[in-house]
Design a protein around this ligand. Structure first.
Ligand SMILES: [Cu+2]
Length: 89
């Protein structure tokens, strides 16, 4: 059987403003790209234990391509009260 057309990856955007991830809960499929936009004047990270660790400099964006399914609770290493969740199907 021939492979079908490639599934187009989506980009899912999360804004960080005033030390809050918004939306706080997102879902994705493997191959999607998560893009964090940091509107604050300090750096943040999106860090999941046993998972990813993305640094988002102030005023910038940073991306992550999702490579495995699961539920990833992530937080900011610099501000551990900042919490969010990524669900990957
Ligand atoms: Cu932070």
């Amino acid at each position: 059987m021939l492979p079908g057309p490639p599934v187009r990856a989506e980009t899912i955007r999360v804004t960080i403003e005033k030390l809050v991830f918004s939306p706080a809960e997102i879902s994705a499929v493997v191959g999607d790209v998560i893009e964090w936009q940091n509107k604050d004047v300090m750096a943040h990270t999106a860090t999941a234990k046993d998972g990813f660790d993305v640094v988002i400099p102030p005023g910038k964006t940073a991306t992550l391509t999702v490579t495995k399914a699961g539920v990833f609770d992530y937080y900011c290493r610099f501000h551990p009260n900042m919490k969010a969740r990524l669900q990957v199907r």
